[in-house]
Write a protein that binds this ligand. Structure first.
Ligand SMILES: Nc1ncnc2c1ncn2[C@@H]1O[C@H](COP(=O)(O)OP(=O)(O)OP(=O)(O)O)[C@@H](O)[C@H]1O
Ligand SMILES: [Mg+2]
Length: 578
């Protein structure tokens, strides 16, 4: 007797449903994706009891002819994929022809649809995999799918569903993701008779974010625009100086498809750390656009993961784009000094305060060099006392006269930069041998910059040699970078000097720019708790630098709040006031 036989179709569908349909939100995702693939201009979703009782998705897309409506519920029936070649370049959400039959195998499903040609619409009803009827029905152009009694015939699966509010939350997130990916389509979501999302078609992502999350979130975001080679990256990331949400929330879209990807999440987190912006703990919306043939979307039955043909380029593109956004954000940020927490009443006054400080620092430096001492305590008028750390980012100190707010990252960056620079000049760079030499493969576009930078990288403490093609062998790294990831750092350093070729730097020359980038990577970060010795050391060493007031990228290291200003804020101008 033959032991091997084909499984009955309904059983195959149920097995597929196990992979595609996990909970109500998976049903919503599949149905909305179908609506989007049918080029709907408006999609409405209604659920009852978190989707356990009812899910209804309605669209005004192209609809289906009667034959197609019947076929749509058969396994592997799809209008989106015809031959193998198509599988390598998928632009639609769907392509497997599995979603509808899978859902219909574990629920009571009614499909109503009409295309532009037919006089009447078609209704197909399937109960737990069994066709109940097909009949003509009145329906506007477009499609409505109703799913009732999800997992009603599979108690073991139904038992795993969570509370209605939890399931409704997952549904809302699924709809939100697709709404973000398609701002030009109108979306509504109703849950238990209440409208929880109403987002008419708008022009662009920012407007969609505003509709979905409100203006507050938008205020806390920085625009991302960049990429590398063939990978374009756009979107928004959280401003690092705004209150962080309890956990990071990266919403990633690859060619318009919401997916999860740990490597991209890591690239975002590293970009934050690399920019001295601390840990990434906010929202991010990253849209990656790649040539279709370089992304494999057929990795996961629910299509929530993709595989990149060249993950390295994607990593570099995301990192560079996010770093660029953070750098822009740092420049556009105005210092806030009012104790009330309101923005400063008069930004010009702060400018003046900074100018006065710069000028004074300059004068002290001049005085010191006149006394033939090249390095001296230029920051402080008197001995410095560290008062504490503010928001894990600034060291607050006083020189007995004025208040000094020191940015721990930029200040440390300045200190390290000058140390690297001095050692390179004296040909006394400190290197740290790696336990085993490392072969790093660089993106092809970094090969030119590497060759041009070799002598300078060596002067700064790298022991490197080209290793054929795009690879380079690293034997030792600058001692300052002891703790890091040498491959990522080298890549980042080369990227930064390349990407910021024409940008404004506070230092000139390739070696100094490389040194500046190394300094940035090795300096303490914003968001890092520091004990009082560490704070005192940063402030003291900053005082010994030649140019203490700016980091090598041109950002301020310290802002002085003159004592008179502090006095004035509290109306203590006259000497008699107590
Ligand atoms: N809302 C809709 N409007 C128009 N046609 C639809 C709609 N929903 C489904 N269809 C048609 O039914 C077919 C089957 O849908 P189904 O979701 O099962 O498969 P798919 O979208 O092709 O692939 P996948 O299983 O990856 O989602 C689709 O290819 C499409 O032709
Ligand atoms: Mg589909």
């Amino acid at each position: 007797m033959a032991l091997i036989h084909a499984l009955p179709e309904d059983l195959v569908n149920k097995i597929a449903a196990g992979e595609v349909v996990e909970r109500p939100s998976s049903v919503v995702k599949e149905l909305v994706e179908n609506a989007l693939d049918a080029r709907a201009s408006a999609v409405s979703v209604e659920i009852e009891a978190g989707g356990k009782q009812l899910i209804r998705v309605r669209d005004d897309g192209q609809g289906m002819a009667p034959d197609d409506a019947e076929r749509a519920l058969e396994r592997h029936a799809t209008s989106k994929l015809r031959e193998l070649a198509d599988l390598h370049a998928i632009a639609t959400h769907g392509f497997r022809g599995e979603a509808l039959p899978s859902i219909a195998s574990v629920s009571r499903l009614v499909l109503r649809t009409r295309d532009n040609h037919g006089p009447a619409g078609t209704e197909v009803e399937v109960h737990h995999g069994r066709r109940v009827h097909v009949r003509e029905v009145g329906h506007p152009r477009g499609t409505t799918v109703e799913v009732r009694d999800l997992f009603g015939s599979i108690p073991a699966r139904r038992k795993f569903l969570r509370a209605e509010t939890t399931e409704a939350g997952h549904v809302a997130e699924a709809v939100t993701l697709l709404a973000l990916a398609h701002p030009g389509t109108g979306f509504t979501l109703g849950s238990g008779g209440r409208t929880s999302l109403q987002a008419p078609a708008v022009d662009g992502l920012a407007a969609r974010i505003y509709q979905v999350f409100g203006g507050r979130l938008l205020d806390d975001l920085l625009a991302v625009e960049g990429g590398a080679d063939w990978a374009a990256v756009r979107g928004f990331v959280a401003r690092p100086d705004r209150p962080a949400s309890p956990r990071p929330n990266l919403r990633l879209f690859v060619n318009g498809r919401p997916v999860r990807d740990r490597a991209v999440a890591k690239a975002v987190a590293e970009a934050y750390r690399g920019a001295g912006a601390g840990e990434f703990r906010g929202d991010a919306f990253i849209f990656l656009e790649l040539p279709l043939h370089l992304v494999d979307v057929n990795v996961h039955p629910a299509k929530t993961e993709v595989r990149f043909a060249e993950p390295r380029t994607v990593w570099v593109a995301v990192g560079a784009a996010v770093r660029g956004a953070l750098a822009q954000g740092a420049q556009s940020r105005a210092p806030r000094v009012t104790p009330s927490g309101r923005p400063p009443a008069d930004p010009a006054r702060i400018e003046t305060a900074v100018d006065t400080f710069l000028e004074r620092a300059g004068r002290v430096a001049e005085g010191l060099s006149a006394a033939a001492e090249p390095r001296g305590p230029v920051v402080a008028a008197g001995p410095l006392t560290v008062l504490g750390q503010y928001r894990l980012t600034y060291v607050v100190a006083t020189d007995g006269e004025d208040l000094l707010v020191v940015d721990q990252h930029t200040a440390h960056e300045r200190v390290r930069f000058e140390a690297l620079q001095a050692r390179a000049e004296e040909r006394a760079a400190e290197s740290q041998m790696l336990l085993t030499p490392l072969v790093v493969t660089l993106a092809p576009r970094l090969r030119g910059p590497l060759e041009a930078s070799l002598p300078d990288l060596r002067a700064l403490g790298y022991d490197l040699e080209p290793f054929g093609g795009d690879a380079v062998r690293v034997r030792a790294v600058p001692a300052l970078l002891r703790a890091g990831d040498p491959a990522a750092e080298l890549q980042a350093v080369l990227e930064e000097v390349t990407d910021r070729e024409g940008a404004e730097w506070a230092v000139a020359g390739r070696r100094d720019r490389l040194a500046a980038t190394l300094a940035c990577h090795s300096a303490v970060r914003a968001g890092q708790p520091l004990n009082s010795e560490a704070m005192a050391a940063i402030v003291r060493e900053l005082g010994r630098t030649v140019h203490p007031t700016l980091c090598p990228h041109g950002r301020a290291t310290v802002v002085r709040l003159p004592r008179q200003d502090v006095t004035r804020w509290f109306g203590r101008g006259g000497w008699r006031r107590q």
